[in-house]
Design a protein around this ligand. Structure first.
Ligand code: FES
Length: 320
């Protein structure tokens, strides 16, 4: 985690279901590094895991607080459970400075924000930013039920409430995605965040309706597929800078082999979601296991995420 900040939890709000919102402020009262809509912070959780959480408050150049929302995952490996159950007001948390891998595209004339469940968090910050900038947008928030929906009351009371459309699985109206995404124009941009199935549905629908790839933006919260497959094979990794060749056994990731040999590699999520470890691939064919690279990235074949991806060829040559 780079540019670490030690932040105090100044507010803890149970939001809905298993979701808790945490407001973080500088322990010494100073302003925080500014952020743009779509940005996230890495948080060192009490369980020792580093997790990424989108900032959901309105971006502001004089940022005093970061607000995040955490959903306790049923399959939690410890990170979200510790954040929801163990963190109290007054606690200090180590966090990284904001990074934005899901920015609003310059030239957005109309934005469609599609949130599935807890995926609302970056889109909430985007809604604030678009509203402040006077840019046309609609925010669709799809939730299992009203009691399980994060930020429902807040959205209904927001200054942009007339742009919010809520969809509850158990009461309707159902989200008519084909209707929402019909007839894309130049300057229209789609931003989608939520569970992998929801995102895939949105991406598939957008493709069928002829949305250009460059106008579709998404952020995964969890890997779209299991990052490790039982039948993995061994392969070699060549480091172009030093010429070293390392063996990657079937039961190890490229990243773990690199780190074991002292090759520095920035990592955060370690599950192919955040993009921190993206590395230039000079030769060889990757077996992409991440949820971060786009189809266009994969077709170009010049990048790989060593925390989870593997090789289809006997050797990969990395620009390391
Ligand atoms: S560390 Fe997050 S994608 Fe590799």
């Amino acid at each position: 985690m780079s540019d670490r900040l030690s932040l105090r939890v100044v507010r803890r709000e149970p939001l809905a279901g298993r979701i808790v919102a945490l407001t973080l402020a500088s322990a010494d009262g100073n302003a925080l590094p500014p952020f743009e809509a779509g940005a996230h912070i890495d948080v060192l959780t009490p369980s020792g895991h580093t997790r990424q959480y989108s900032l959901c408050n309105a971006p502001d150049t004089a940022t005093q607080v970061y607000r995040i929302a955490v959903q306790e995952e049923a399959e939690s490996r410890g990170g979200s459970r510790a954040m929801c159950r163990d963190v109290r007001e007054g606690d200090l948390l180590e966090v990284g400075a904001p990074r934005n891998l899901f920015p609003l595209a310059p030239g957005t004339r109309r934005a469609i924000l599609l949130a599935g469940g807890i995926g609302i968090t970056p889109l909430l910050a985007m809604a604030h930013a678009l509203h402040q900038a006077g840019i046309d947008f609609v925010l669709h928030h799809a939730c299992r039920s009203r009691p399980a929906g994060a930020f429902v009351e807040e959205l209904l009371a927001a200054s942009f409430a007339e742009r919010v459309r809520l969809h509850f699985d158990d009461e309707g109206p159902a989200l008519d995605l084909a209707g929402v995404l019909a007839d894309p124009c130049d300057g229209d941009h789609l931003y989608v965040c939520g569970p992998s199935g929801f995102i895939q549905w949105a991406l598939d629908t957008a493709r069928q309706l002829h949305w250009p790839d460059g106008q579709v933006h998404r952020e995964f919260f969890a890997p779209a597929e299991p990052a490790v497959v039982a039948a993995d094979g061994a392969f070699e990794v060549e480091l172009a800078v030093s010429g070293k060749v390392l063996q990657v056994p079937a039961d190890r990731s490229i990243a773990s082999v690199l780190l074991a040999h002292g090759v520095p590699l920035a990592m955060s999520c370690e599950q192919g979601v955040c993009g921190t470890c993206v590395t230039t691939l000079l030769a060889g064919e990757a077996d992409h296991r991440d949820s971060y690279l786009t189809d266009a990235d994969r077709e170009r074949g010049d990048t790989i995420l060593p925390c989870c991806s593997r090789a289809r060829s006997a050797r990969l040559v990395l620009d390391l």
